[in-house]
Design a protein around this ligand. Structure first.
Ligand code: ADP
Ligand code: ADP
Length: 230
């Protein structure tokens, strides 16, 4: 079975003056390996899909499956231990850089931590820190791009089966974008990566792109296929 599957999922937010439809009959299959990108404009429903996959929300209609079994048969802990999530603004936790990187996998070896640092091209930055990986860091000392790279490196250290990555509005510099693309490829070689993005141009390499528009799937395919269909 696919790693994750949405089957005909519908979701509406309850608001003070009624309901706000967010997803309408959305079906998406996320293979066990490779990069699935969910692309669409603001308000398309991307964040809602992430929230449903992490079970912060429950579908109103339709269902979600992990490893072919409906979410109802899994505990929330089981779901979240299988899925690593990198938000747009993942916070730096108080402590050293090493503690931040090993946050989800405190017993990770030095080699694994360094591999993630290298993959996200953070080694030059670590070299500028007085105590290297053991330097205390704060959000204020790191740029937005560096914070996001630390967040992805943290996910790499945890070696998740499934990685959800929200890059929808991040103002990524070229280095961050290239480092993220490399990290995504690395995780996607052995696991499932789901990213969300605003523009097709940022997910050229994805194995599968799901075009989302106003809560519906408009098209599914690779970058070149979707450009032709456009
Ligand atoms: P993006 O398109 O960058 O993901 P949005 O501006 O659509 O960001 O949404 C940012 C946050 O605001 C999300 O967490 C979303 O759940 C929330 N949000 C979006 N629309 C509404 C709304 N109409 N009412 C309340 N919260 C909303
Ligand atoms: P995206 O991430 O693609 O920007 P969202 O999933 O955040 O889209 O939003 C999908 C739709 O649901 C939008 O119309 C948005 O305004 C609405 N929405 C999102 N979050 C909330 C919320 N907390 N309360 C009410 N409406 C929301």
């Amino acid at each position: 079975p696919p790693a994750l599957r949405l089957r005909d999922v519908t979701y509406r937010y309850q608001t003070a003056d009624g309901v706000a439809p967010a997803l309408n009959g959305v079906s998406i299959s996320v293979p066990r390996r490779g990069h699935t990108a969910i692309v669409g404009p603001s308000g398309a429903g991307k964040t809602t899909i992430m929230s449903l996959l992490l079970r912060f929300l429950t579908p109103e209609d339709g269902r979600i499956e992990l490893d072919g079994r409906p979410y109802a048969e899994w505990t929330t802990d089981e779901i979240r231990s299988r899925i690593a999530y990198v938000e747009q603004d993942t916070p730096i936790v108080p402590g050293t850089l090493r503690e931040n990187l090993a946050y989800a996998a405190p017993d990770a070896s030095d080699a694994r931590v360094w591999a993630a640092v290298d993959a996200l091209r953070l080694s030059a930055r670590v070299a500028t820190m007085p105590d290297g990986l053991d330097t205390e860091v704060t959000s204020a000392e790191l740029s937005g791009g560096e914070r996001q790279r630390v967040a992805v490196a943290r996910a790499l250290v945890a070696q998740p089966e499934i990685l959800l990555l929200d890059e929808a509005t991040a103002q990524l510099d070229g280095l961050t974008e290239a480092a993220l693309a490399g990290a995504i490829r690395e995780v996607a070689a052995t696991g499932a990566v789901v990213t969300i993005a605003h523009r097709l141009s940022t997910v050229v390499d994805a194995d599968q792109i799901v075009l989302l528009e106003r809560g519906r799937v408009r098209a599914v395919g690779r970058h070149a296929e979707l450009l032709e269909a456009d």
